[in-house]
Ligand binder design. Structure first.
Ligand code: HBI
Ligand code: FE
Length: 286
């Protein structure tokens, strides 16, 4: 990403949301994106997400004002949303998370990108990520993740941290009494992947394991080939509250795995048939 600080941004890359500058079409686009997800997510998204949506009254009439949202969010879990122009440098991102500030893009995807946008826009960040920050344990995990990220900067282990974020915060699944449910924002903001991850025979579904996730490459612009499932959010919080240094030493010698690989000691929940992957153009992995 381009790491030159934009002229209108503060030193921590924050900008004004500039809510009054959104056009009627942009507010309408948010409402259409929201309506489409609300057709799909009941019964697929986890309870924590659905509860967060309703308690923050993210009911979908246009792009929310961060200031108003922050009054509610701060009272619930101490988190606030800060507006940023797009992807920001890792160290700045981790610093915000470590201080319970969630960086959210203030722009909304264009009509041409309605189906899919790779960069995190305001719909992905606010609709996908923010409702989860009303869940206390998940909110604490996100802060612990930011603190872990700052430590990782010195241990040169950003790949491992980025994979952990990707397979949990962006594409994570959680068990429930009635089967797996979605908590990852990358899925929650995508209509097709919300169905694919739970209903397609193609992807693997494997029980979450910290080291396994940190060694597994991921696809950046296509459906995931493996989804990792936690039992509850404490699994995540405990995974990140240990000292990462010995883990990184173990990782240095350990192999990396391809996105669709299954390992002998995986807790396999679904052995995917990779029917989708065989027909999709193979994308870059990280
Ligand atoms: N910047 N705005 C923004 N949003 C992100 O999700 C983000 C980022 N910068 C870095 C980053 N994510 C990654 O380092 C994490 O996935 C680890
Ligand atoms: Fe995201």
């Amino acid at each position: 990403m381009d790491s030159t600080l934009p002229p209108h941004a503060a030193a921590d890359w924050t900008i004004d949301q500039n809510w009054s500058s959104y056009s009627a079409e942009e507010h309408q686009r948010w409402t259409r994106l929201h309506e489409r997800q609300m057709q799909i997510l009941p019964g697929r998204a986890c309870d924590a997400f659905m509860d967060g949506l309703s308690v923050l009254d993210l009911h979908g009439e246009g792009i929310p004002e961060f200031e108003a949202l922050n009054k509610q969010l701060q009272a619930i879990s101490g988190w606030t949303i800060v507006a940023v122009p797009g992807l920001i440098p890792d160290s700045v991102f981790f610093e915000h998370l470590a201080n319970r500030r969630f960086p959210a893009g203030n722009f909304i995807r264009s009509e041409a990108e309605f189906e899919y946008i790779e960069a995190p826009d305001v719909f992905h960040d606010i609709f996908g990520h923010v409702p989860m920050l009303t869940n206390q344990v998940f909110a604490d995990y996100m802060q612990a993740y930011g603190q872990g990220g700052l430590r990782a900067m010195n241990l040169n282990s950003l790949d491992a941290l980025a994979r952990l974020y990707w397979y949990t915060v962006e594409f994570g699944l959680i068990d429930s009494a009635t089967g797996p449910r979605i908590y990852g924002a990358g899925i929650l903001s995508s209509p097709a992947e919300s169905c694919f991850c739970l209903e397609s025979p193609s992807p693997n579904r494997v029980g979450f394991d910290l080291l396994r996730v940190m060694q597994t490459r991921y696809r950046i612009d296509d459906f995931q080939e493996t989804y990792f499932e936690i039992s509850d959010f404490n699994d995540l919080f405990h995974a990140t509250s240990q000292d990462f240094a010995p883990l990184y030493r173990a990782l240095e010698a350990a192999p990396n795995y391809a996105p669709g690989e299954i390992l002998a000691n995986d807790a396999v929940i679904q052995m995917g048939d990779h029917s989708y992957t065989q027909h999709s153009h193979l994308t870059a992995t990280r």
